[in-house]
Design a protein around this ligand. Structure first.
Ligand code: SAH
Length: 343
């Protein structure tokens, strides 16, 4: 992978951070299951079944109050091992909702893992082939952080795109061609030289398409990820390998590259398509409002010997110094559908 990118840059010149990230992650996800204790990182659904169950109940509650549309489909973006889908679909079933499942996934390895959890699902390479005439109940957990970002750098003479080049066999950032000031929000335009602004046209395009579908077909989407509520400055490109931060400029394709999600940009994109947006709200507060403590108590009652593990998992998902405040939850809901719970 490093060799291929080095040759590409040697022949075609420096590439954008977005292309670097896209190529690295396509390679990274295609060939491995990165999740869990043996892998590189652990996600909320892998910590506890409570996470997927509460999301399933959130969707089922909206669906019931929307009049139980019989044709609704479940959609998940980047479903990893399929754990969240399995937990959410089980919780929905207990509420009388059994939607066909649509999984949007590009990794062959992870699609196989998902097929073991949800054998009857239909797989999609991107969101454009989702069913186009039924309400959609959509979930995306830690999906948008993996999509490519561009980085713009403030210089004394204006903003430039940050590119990636190779120096002595090492990938390094380099300033590229000037970018018009209007690509930077007004209040950030005069940032001090060296400041970095990240944009993710790929994420915005996906949210636009989801919002367009929800507005036209009915339904809702729940987006959960780490990120910031307002567009801000800062370099958030990061690599994770074996549960530790690693250098994002080294060994592309062997470590997970992510960036913080700019929820304000996603919210603007959704609103432009005419759906209602709730949140973003801290994951910990959302899970507590959705009843994680009741669910933990009932799981503990059924298996008292697991009480300490259940309490630890609950804390990991909810505590502000763990996942509780870095992670945010945002909902897109069709006009004409009810107010979502938890916000
Ligand atoms: N949601 C899961 C996995 C998160 S990891 C969980 O919470 O455990 C990111 C997921 O997004 C993986 O399944 C990865 O293969 C998938 N993914 C990354 N880029 C993608 C893209 N461009 N299109 C579809 N899926 C993608």
């Amino acid at each position: 992978m490093s060799g291929r990118l080095t040759r590409l840059i040697a022949t075609a010149g420096p590439i954008s951070v977005a292309q670097y990230m896209a190529e690295a992650n396509a390679h990274y996800y295609a060939g491995r299951d990165p999740l869990g204790a043996e892998g590189d990182f652990t996600t909320a659904p892998e910590i506890s079944q409570m996470f997927g169950e509460l999301i399933g109940l959130w969707l089922a509650d909206l669906w019931m109050r929307a009049g139980r549309p019989a044709t609704a489909h479940y959609v998940e973006l980047g479903p990893g091992r399929g754990t969240l889908a399995a937990d959410a679909l089980r919780a929905m079933r207990s509420a009388g909702l059994q939607p066909p499942a649509n999984l949007v996934e590009t990794s062959p390895t992870l699609s196989e893992a998902q097929a073991e959890q949800v054998p009857a699902a239909r797989w999609h390479g991107d969101v454009t082939t989702l069913p186009d005439n039924v309400p959609l109940l959509i979930v995306a957990n830690e999906f948008f952080d993996a999509l490519p970002i561009h980085q713009l750098v403030a210089t004394k003479t204006g903003w430039r795109e940050r590119l990636v080049t190779v120096e002595e066999d090492r990938f390094v950032p380099a300033a590229g061609s000037p970018r018009p000031g209007k690509s930077v929000p007004e209040r950030l335009r005069h940032a001090t030289p060296g400041s970095i602004l990240e944009t993710s046209p790929a994420s915005v395009a996906v949210v636009r398409e989801l919002a367009r579908r929800i507005a036209a077909q009915g339904g809702a989407a729940l987006i959960v990820d780490y990120g910031h509520e307002r567009t801000g400055l800062g370099d958030t490109l990061q690599a994770v390998e074996r549960h530790a931060f690693a250098d994002p400029w080294q060994a592309p394709g062997t470590r997970d590259l992510t960036a913080h999600v700019d929820f304000e940009a996603l919210e603007d994109a959704a609103q432009a398509e005419g759906v209602r947006v709730s949140g973003p709200r801290d994951q910990g507060d959302w899970l507590k409002t959705m009843g994680i403590d009741l669910r933990a108590a009932s799981l503990t009652k059924a298996a008292p010997e697991s009480g300490a593990d259940i309490a630890a998992a609950r804390d990991r998902l909810v505590a502000p110094d763990q996942m509780g405040s870095l992670f945010k939850v945002m909902a897109l809901v069709a006009r004409g559908w009810p107010e979502p719970e938890g916000f």
